[in-house]
Design a protein around this ligand. Structure first.
Ligand code: TRP
Length: 333
């Protein structure tokens, strides 16, 4: 039996290279020897986008196109939509009885996000309790592996607590998932501006759907070494976004090592390095862009893929929910 993996994204915009490095690439590997479910977390996206349903709806399509474009294969991975599995909402309600408000207040990721979004005292309750809903996403499929970024670890920890409490009170029904965290080196791509993280709202991202000329423009604007003013000056590699990208995307790492030495010595200009990086990125992105356009030309086909995936995920969710009801003694008829 293959192990069940659950991954997912909040649909709030198209996916970018940071997503590719941090999770999509890993999903391409995982789908080969795991039973992988890829969830489009639209319920979670709505917890802080209640007034933007059009944005969430449009993003669902964008994200699915990105998945298919990079090679997430619907015959190997099950792509599904969270809101179309009402059993997740049902399980969330029962989980809420196993969690205290104080515990939710202490979730460091949610705390950060509340600060970031400037909610003050006016936190949407749905947003505040999204870790509980995430515990339901994971356990309803009985996923044993959940690949997440570092920032999502508190969600897995809270899922563990809920599973333990549930199983202790009602019997051994739910599975405690293991988090699969990418290593620091391969797991995170800095933004074009050299800031630690690439993000849509940060305005420092290359999207998988960007046209070739847009990619070029973005690469040529990248942060390098602010003290590297003349070509003949020695340049810094540390903190230089262009070289960090080359570590990740350079297909010929011996050539990259030569360029680094040359840059540090002096005599290699930023423009040359950026042109090299641009070629590497175009080689990666152009087949992705082509495939994306092919899928986008037949959205009916794309919808059928999600519909079939959702049906498969829902069947599994219903099985777990039946066990949950029995265990909780609410299986009346
Ligand atoms: N919280 C995740 C994010 O912010 C998305 C998500 C929702 C998720 N439910 C999940 C990820 C379950 C993994 C497993 O992107």
């Amino acid at each position: 039996m293959k192990k069940i993996v659950l991954t997912g994204d909040r649909p709030t915009g198209p996916l970018h290279l940071g997503h590719y490095v941090g999770s999509l690439k890993n999903r391409l590997l995982l789908q080969e020897d795991h039973d992988q479910f890829v969830m489009i977390a639209d319920v979670q996206a709505l917890t802080d986008n209640a007034e933007n349903p059009e944005k969430v709806r449009a993003s669902v399509t964008e994200v699915v196109l990105d998945y298919l474009a990079v090679g997430i294969d619907p015959t190997k991975s099950t792509i599904f939509i969270q809101s179309m599995i009402p059993e997740i909402a049902e399980l969330t309600v029962f989980f809420l009885n196993l969690v205290t408000v104080a515990r939710l207040h202490h979730n460091p990721t949610v705390k950060d996000e509340i600060k970031q979004k400037g909610y003050g005292e006016s936190i949407p309750a749905g947003f505040f309790m999204y870790p509980v809903s995430q515990a339901a996403d994971i356990t309803i499929l009985k996923a044993s592996i959940v690949p997440v970024g570092q920032d999502q670890l508190p969600m897995i920890e809270q899922t563990h607590e809920i599973v333990r409490k549930f199983n202790r009170l009602y019997g051994d029904v739910l599975v405690e998932p293991a988090a699969l965290v990418p290593t620091a080196l391969t797991g995170r791509l800095p933004g074009l501006d050299g800031k630690a993280k690439m993000g849509k709202s940060l305005g420092n991202a290359i999207f998988l759907s960007d046209e070739a000329d847009v990619v070029t423009k973005k690469v040529m604007s990248m942060y390098t070494d602010e003290n590297h003013l003349r070509v003949e000056d020695p340049g810094q590699i540390d903190g230089n976004a262009v070289f960090m990208y080359l570590d990740e995307f350079g297909r010929d790492q011996a050539a990259v090592a030569d360029m680094k030495a040359h840059y540090q010595r002096g005599g290699l200009g930023d423009v040359k390095v950026k042109r090299y990086l641009n070629d590497e990125l175009q080689a990666l992105l152009s087949p992705i862009r082509e495939r994306r356009k092919q899928y986008a030309a037949d959205l009916g086909h794309v919808m059928r893929i999600i519909q079939e995936g959702t049906a498969r995920a829902r069947e599994r969710a219903q099985q777990t929910m039946a066990q949950v009801r029995r265990a909780m003694k609410i299986d009346y008829f």
